[in-house]
Design a protein around this ligand. Structure first.
Ligand code: SF4
Length: 201
């Protein structure tokens, strides 16, 4: 069978900055292509599939191994535009933990140890992906984002961590509301983009 080849926007070893796993070391694989295309996206360079380096699964796994990482974050763009089954199998053979960052808008293809769904208004997550989520990370940039977060939370399982994260450019405006919301609704927790404070990618 031919080796799976994926369009990779960038790959680097860093610190997971946000969500439940914030603060832990991880090798990031950012795949090209996004089907959602949010207006405020800070990764518009990932949207197109073409013009990016193509990397085979063996090369990616070798890079993770050489970095000495014990965890990988697969992100995008929307990584579920790609069949990640072969990549996940090869990474698991290496013994690393696989974390997925997804909008949840495409069916799961691959075996992941941590699935973080960040729902987007422009294209809502599939309920089948929300049911499998280990973390629901809702970005808050305006008041009615809380009700959108709750609507998505009504589809997750009991194991799912619920996180509210201020949109970076609106942090000063929305943070007081998030703090009050989490105090009133302690099932939720705050997620910050701490990599931006640490000045790491
Ligand atoms: S889903 Fe993510 S990568 Fe895609 S447009 Fe929205 S913020 Fe950007």
């Amino acid at each position: 069978m031919p080796e799976t080849v994926l369009p990779v926007v960038e790959q680097f070893y860093s610190i997971q900055g946000e969500g439940f796993n914030a603060g832990t070391a991880a090798y990031f694989i950012r795949l090209a292509g996004c089907n959602v295309r949010c207006e405020w996206c800070d990764a518009k360079y990932t949207w197109g599939m073409s013009g990016h380096a193509e990397s085979g699964v063996c090369e990616l796994v070798r890079n993770v191994s050489e970095a000495g990482a014990n965890a990988v974050v697969i992100t995008g763009g929307e990584p579920l535009l790609h069949d990640l089954s072969d990549l996940c199998s090869a990474l698991h053979e290496l013994g690393v933990r696989i974390m997925l960052e997804t909008s949840g808008t495409m069916p799961l293809r691959g075996d992941f140890d941590w699935i973080c769904v960040s729902p987007k208004r422009k294209l809502r997550p599939l309920n089948e992906v929300l049911r499998e989520a280990d973390e629901l990370k809702a970005v808050i940039s305006r008041d009615d984002d809380f009700s959108f977060a709750e609507e998505n939370a009504s589809h997750v399982s009991g194991k799912c961590v619920l996180s509210l994260q201020p949109e970076w450019s609106r942090m000063d405006a929305v943070m007081p509301g998030i703090v009050e919301y989490v105090k009133r609704n302690p099932a939720w927790r705050v997620s910050l983009q701490t990599h931006k404070f640490m000045n790491v990618p």
